[in-house]
Design a protein around this ligand. Structure first.
Ligand code: SF4
Length: 184
């Protein structure tokens, strides 16, 4: 199986989720958010096609990384390979964040026809969902650009069957970090 990537894996990011992370930049997105900062990732024929086994080998060599972050582009347009990557990262003990322009509710809708979307969610620790909306841009937000985007605790959301958002106050982020064994 292959995946189309916009760039090589990027290690040591501290802005794409909690801690020190390796980002997988997927190629392809049709959300067309105004003022998107990564328009070069939109073309579904752009970037480079990479064998998953190459990515797995690279993930095995990671050191001092809290987890991986799936970003793009929109990773959800390549649901089969990103599910395999998320599954493998969990197998290695890495936590997994994913950025998507789709909302969590939309992903559940997709899952009604294609169960792989639900399987994918089972390997995700945090989903940052929704399009970037310039009218809601807020530079003070943690790990996201606009206030409509949510930091969703996916395991808790699946367990409680309602969207559980990670709050940014009252030490709850610290609790979340501890729960996920992060060390920033
Ligand atoms: S979802 Fe992300 S990559 Fe796609 S258009 Fe919106 S900001 Fe750009």
């Amino acid at each position: 199986m292959t995946i189309r990537l916009a760039a090589p894996l990027q290690r040591d990011s501290v802005v794409d989720g909690y801690g020190v992370r390796t980002v997988i930049w997927t190629q392809g997105c049709s959300h067309n958010c105004p003022f998107c900062q990564n328009p070069q990732t939109h073309d579904f024929d752009g970037g480079k096609e990479v064998e998953l086994k190459e990515i797995f080998e690279e993930l095995k060599t990671l050191k001092d990384q809290d987890g991986i972050t799936l970003s793009g582009g929109d990773p959800l347009f390549q649901i089969e390979p990103i599910t395999e990557i998320a599954k493998y990262a969990k197998h290695l003990g890495l936590n997994v964040w994913c950025y998507t322009g789709f909302t969590y509710e939309k992903i559940l809708e997709f899952a009604q026809d294609k169960p792989i979307y639900l399987e994918f969610l089972k390997y995700i620790d945090v989903l940052v969902d929704g399009k970037f909306e310039i009218a809601k841009k807020d530079l003070t937000l943690l790990f996201r650009g606009s206030s409509n985007q949510r930091l969703i605790d996916v395991p808790a959301t699946l367990k409680q069957n309602k969207v559980i958002i990670i709050p940014e106050s009252d030490g709850i982020i610290d609790n979340f970090k501890n729960k996920n064994k992060l060390y920033i």
